[in-house]
Write a protein that binds this ligand. Sequence first.
Ligand code: KIV
Ligand code: ZN
Length: 507
Amino acid sequence: MFDTTLRDGEQSPGASMTLEEKLEVADILDALGVDVIEAGFPIASQGDFESVSEVAKRVKTGSVAGLARASEKDIDRCAEALRDAKRPRIHTFISTSPLHMKYKLQMEPERVLEMVASSVSRARNHVEDVEWSAEDGTRTEFEFLCRAVEIAIRAGATTINIPDTVGYTTPAEYESLLTRLREAVPNADKAIFSVHCHNDLGLAVANSLAGVRAGARQIECTINGIGERAGNAALEEIVMAMRTRPDALPFHTGIETKLLTRASKLVSAVTSFPVQYNKAIVGRNAFAHESGIHQDGMLKNAFTYEIMTPESVGVAKTALVMGKHSGRHAFREKLKELGYELGDNALEDAFKRFKDLADRKKIVYDDDLIALVDDEIVNAHEFIKVDALMVMAGTHGPQSAALTLDIGGDKRTHQATGNGPVDAIFNAIKALAPHEATLELFQVHAVTEGTDAQAEVSVRLSEDGKSVTGRGADPDTLVASARAYVSALNRLMTKRGKTKPEAMQAG
Ligand code: KIV
Ligand code: ZN
């Protein structure tokens, strides 16, 4: 299993992660037993370089891959970022389809073949483990693809990846392509073949499994299926399909499936991409049974309507019910049950917030705790924090908000009005931390049922064509809104590579 959540996944508009968040994701991928973790594209930015090199230092079990185009600069930079990896892999690629060669690369096919040979050899001079990808492979002429693959293997590629870059292929077609390719390329037995499928037609998982039936032995995928456009094949779906249907799919992955739910929640929290309720394996309704007939069947025998157990993917049967009388020990145990291991300081902060929540809310559900801890993980160490908020709302405007932000330890207050309380809060934030970003998305959802449910708010900001999403959770929707906006603003600053918005440095 080759996971590219940190590279292709992070390329989804709005899914950017901070370095700390990437390291957390890398840790869980390693614990899951992913064989190769693609940590980023080192030439893309200094931030990408640093995150690949930090992930490389940290990962204990799997290989760590970095992506590089077919240029000397890319490959050398990638090798440098992977210097401390126990098992480094350079993943180099070039487009091979007529469309990409003509319009994107503006290169003659023969020149592309030369670059395949030179890029793979250069990568092989740095590391032994080299993967070569034929970008837009599924729209490449078959004869040309065979030549390119043969050249890449001759130059030293140990893995050959045939991406369905634009999510265009179908299972039967992809299976046939990989079968024919493995038969036609004379040195095909010297490399492992790999699949990398995008989900533009909703076929990414089906296509990946078809590729495996054709002999591919590496699957490139992401947690929750995040990735460019409609995303990549979802790791959890591929793994559970193989585990649940060994009769139809007699293949094995070394993935620790009990960590799938935890990994999904973490990736959702750090990217602020919600998981759709009916998402296979990790959606919140994936194991929920509401209709009377189904519930009756479930009570008689769970297998009537469940083809895999919730426990097998880490959805724990609730053993501990949390309330305002629960102590630190029970809280720590509950978090463990939910898959969180927090350090002492983070645990203490989360415990204080839990007590506050339990005072305000009759029942604290698991989902409440997950929202609270995710908010803590994502927002605790941010440069700008929401310190205090007072809002005047109602039928007679203008509505107003008095907001105090902690900006790097310096507390500042501003009162603003707006067209509604949320607008007033966002205006106050803009006054305290001036910026040019535009608001692209404001989304509220209730974590659980009931009028005392916590609100989870997502805010997406964009600046210079780049977008970031922040998330905040609180029983007060307006506080959650302020937290989400501030969280997005912190991410925007990280993306810009600055520690403070310009206007604040002056003031
Ligand atoms: O989709 C794609 O073609 C890719 C390659 C860079 C492997 O992500
Ligand atoms: Zn891709």
